[in-house]
Write a protein that binds this ligand. Structure first.
Ligand SMILES: *[C@@H]1O[C@H](CO)[C@@H](O)[C@H](O)[C@H]1NC(C)=O
Ligand SMILES: *[C@@H]1O[C@H](CO)[C@@H](O)[C@H](O)[C@H]1NC(C)=O
Length: 487
């Protein structure tokens, strides 16, 4: 018994120690699992979340399987349907703006008028977009008593264009005003990076802070132009009657459109380069320091001064289009370079202007727009006014540039484009200290490659040649050296 006990007790001790070993083994196993699990958790936390931007960048690669299921062909100009919101009264003088960018038989879409065209609009110009007279909505308007009855016609255009447009190859509905100028090649390039089979509402905020505050920071301003992918345009057209009823109390086309799109579950994809131009006066400072993003639209030509001096508004836009027709990828792109010996800085806004400074000024400063323009709403002294920074450059020989404007463009041998810029007026200031005066300069000739610029994230560099006392300076664009500091 005792032996048995002893045996038993020894076997108990043995099994106890076995259990002990098992427990410590289990402990080790548990610790391992905990470590492994924490590693896994840490790893997953450190992985960037799949954001909309990621899925966008996926859809931007040309071989995106999602996109190729629907179609293999890249988006081109024929896939855009334009709806231009106009009126008979305004088209008489806005025709020049529209015809500057419209390409007959190439761009698709319609100009929507409130009444049949009359007088000097007949016969209808073949250089204008084909027109449609908007549907009579008197009955609906009587029933819903909207805040601004004429706005209902504009919103309803979305149904009308959707109903009429050939659905074949319809990928994007682009809506703008009759005083919006689109840069169609750039627009095609930008839209082709989005998956048109998805829901997209692409637009831009106003340049004027308070416009965004008054309307919405999440609204694509109509005059800057908005682009709706086909599925979104379709959904919006389908919901239109209910949408108009819901938001009849609102007072602009673009705010009603934004609200209705939000109700479909889609929000703005902001895209810079569309310009509402909520400002007044001389916008040359704004156009001379464009962001490094393709120029997509300009607006409000009735409000701002002609963009080139000595021309009427329409002629000035048509003049800009001479450069746009040759190379939209460089249009208004800012390139800055220096002449160290003369102590000059030159800032070129391709196809628009050249500013020559009699001082070496870092690019970081030259990229800030000179506030040549006025605020959108006049009696409003307190900043902030604009959604971008500005600087002042008046009557200071070291800060005020000599200003030159685009004159002509020509193709040159060797796959090079020559744009020339003429002096608008004498600067009428003494020279900046220790610099060569630039007062003799009457023209700046700029040579740029005749190839589309695709690398927008970094500017091009350039070199200046100028012989003292000469009338012409020559600037040649080139790629920047790997670590070239641009100041
Ligand atoms: C645009 O792409 C379509 C294919 O989707 C093609 O049939 C058409 O010829 C292209 N048009 C232009 C102007 O490149
Ligand atoms: C556009 O096409 C129509 C018919 O196809 C033609 O009569 C007209 O001349 C064309 N217009 C231009 C500006 O090419």
């Amino acid at each position: 018994m005792s032996t048995k006990f002893a045996t038993n007790s020894s076997s108990i001790v043995e099994s106890l120690s076995q259990i002990g070993r098992l427990v410590s083994l289990l402990k080790i196993l548990l610790i391992c699992m905990v470590i492994l699990y924490s590693c896994f958790v840490l790893y997953s936390v450190n992985q960037p979340k799949q954001t909309e931007a990621d899925s966008l960048s996926v859809s931007r690669t040309e071989k995106n399987p999602l996109q190729s299921k629907v179609t293999d062909s890249p988006t081109n100009i024929s896939h855009l349907i334009f709806a231009i919101l106009g009126s008979e009264g305004a088209w008489h003088h806005r025709k020049g703006y529209g015809e500057a960018w419209w390409r007959p038989n190439v761009t698709r879409g319609f100009l929507y008028l409130d009444a049949a065209p009359n007088g000097d609009l007949l016969p209808w110009s073949s250089a204008s977009p084909p027109y449609r007279v908007s549907e009579n909505l008197d009955k609906l308007i009587k029933k819903i008593t909207p805040a601004v009855p004429r706005i209902i016609r504009l919103v309803h255009t979305i149904v009308e264009v959707f109903r009429e447009a050939d659905k074949k190859g319809f990928r994007w509905l682009v809506i703008g005003d009759d005083d919006t100028v689109f840069f169609v090649d750039n627009l095609v390039d930008v839209l082709s990076k989005y998956d048109h089979t998805n829901y997209y509402y692409i637009g831009c905020q106003s340049d004027y802070v308070k416009s965004n505050f008054w309307f919405s920071f999440n609204m694509g301003f109509g005059g800057a132009g908005i682009a709706l992918s086909y599925p979104l345009a379709k959904a919006l057209a389908k919901d239109m009657d209910a949408c108009i009823r819901r938001y009849a109390h609102m007072n602009t086309f673009d705010i009603i459109t934004m609200f209705c799109i939000s109700d479909i579950g889609v929000n703005l994809s902001p895209h810079k380069g569309l310009h509402q131009v909520d400002m007044n006066g001389d916008i040359s400072g704004y156009l001379s320091a464009h962001l490094k993003t393709p120029l997509l639209s300009l607006h409000h030509f009735d409000e701002v001064q002609p963009i080139f001096p000595g021309m009427d508004r329409a002629a000035a836009i048509q003049h800009l289009m001479k450069a746009a027709d040759v190379d939209q990828s460089r249009l208004l792109q800012q390139t800055i370079c220096y002449h160290r010996k003369h102590r000059w800085s030159i800032s070129i806004s391709w196809g628009y202007s050249v500013n020559v400074y009699e001082r070496i000024i870092p690019r970081s400063w030259l990229q800030i727009a000179i506030e040549t323009f006025q605020t959108w709403v006049a009696p409003n002294k307190d900043p902030p006014h604009f959604m971008f920074n500005t600087r002042f450059a008046e009557n200071d020989p070291c800060e005020t540039p000599h200003v030159f404007f685009f004159e002509s463009i020509q193709m040159m041998p060797g796959n090079v484009i020559l744009t020339s810029y003429y002096r608008a007026r004498p600067r009428e200031l003494p020279p900046c200290f220790a610099s060569l005066p630039a007062d003799y300069l009457s023209h700046v000739h700029v040579y740029s490659p005749a190839t589309k610029r695709t690398k927008m994230n970094r500017c091009e560099c350039c070199d200046i040649s100028y012989a003292e006392g000469a009338k012409n300076a020559v600037v040649k664009f080139r790629e920047c050296m790997p670590d070239e500091i641009l100041a």
